[in-house]
Design a binder for this molecule. Structure first.
Ligand code: AMP
Length: 186
């Protein structure tokens, strides 16, 4: 398997959130750029999406934004980086997947959750083995991990599946978790 080069980011688009979440997104964008990874994301300039893409761009990193046409006004495409405009949400998600080697999930809302869970369900079906790291602050994603433990405990999903994704607290920890899992896949 080729080296890990591009990391897809799923994260919230809300501007209303606590600044600690925006700070984490900026920190991640900067660390991805400094570590030489291309950031692939939904293309917007709002919320954690905009914060991470802007920070990656300012730190000299490559960024690819993928935006469906109908969201151009709402999510305000970040023009300064390479971007592609597609027709549907499905095309956006497929292109984000195709352009990436691994995924990071920052705090977000229903859109973030949907994107992350879809990639996990594709992995569960054996359609890919790209690793995923949830990255948060103050245990934002802990309820999701509790839910997954509950699902595993009741045997709806095998425990081994949990190894595909990690729960991390810093950008460097998230990048390392992906790197280790990506190597293991070789
Ligand atoms: P949210 O976490 O709700 O702020 O959404 C984060 C991002 O996910 C935004 O760019 C949304 O446009 C995107 N999103 C929401 N629902 C979907 C979906 N069904 N498929 C793909 N992207 C989505």
């Amino acid at each position: 398997m080729a080296a890990m080069k591009s990391i897809c980011l799923y994260c919230g688009s809300s501007n209303e959130v606590d600044p600690k979440y925006i700070a984490l997104a900026k920190d991640l964008g900067k660390r991805l750029a400094e570590s030489g990874y291309r950031l692939v994301y939904g293309g917007g300039s709002v919320g954690l999406m905009g914060a991470s893409a802007n920070a990656a761009h300012e730190a000299g990193g490559d960024v690819l934004g993928i935006m469906p046409r109908f969201l151009l006004t709402k999510e305000r495409i970040f023009e300064q980086v390479e971007h592609r405009i597609v027709d549907t949400m499905h095309e956006r998600k497929q292109m984000m997947f195709d352009e990436s080697d691994a995924f990071i999930v920052l705090p977000g809302g229903i859109g973030t959750l949907e994107e992350a869970v879809e990639m996990l369900s594709w992995a569960r079906l054996g359609l890919h083995s790209k690793p995923m790291a949830f990255l948060d602050v103050d245990g934002f994603w802990s309820p999701f991990f509790e839910l997954m433990s509950h699902i595993v405990k009741d045997k709806f999903t095998p425990a081994e599946f949990l190894e595909q994704f990690a729960h991390t607290n810093t950008p460097d920890e998230a990048i390392e978790a992906l790197r280790v899992r990506h190597i293991d896949m070789k």
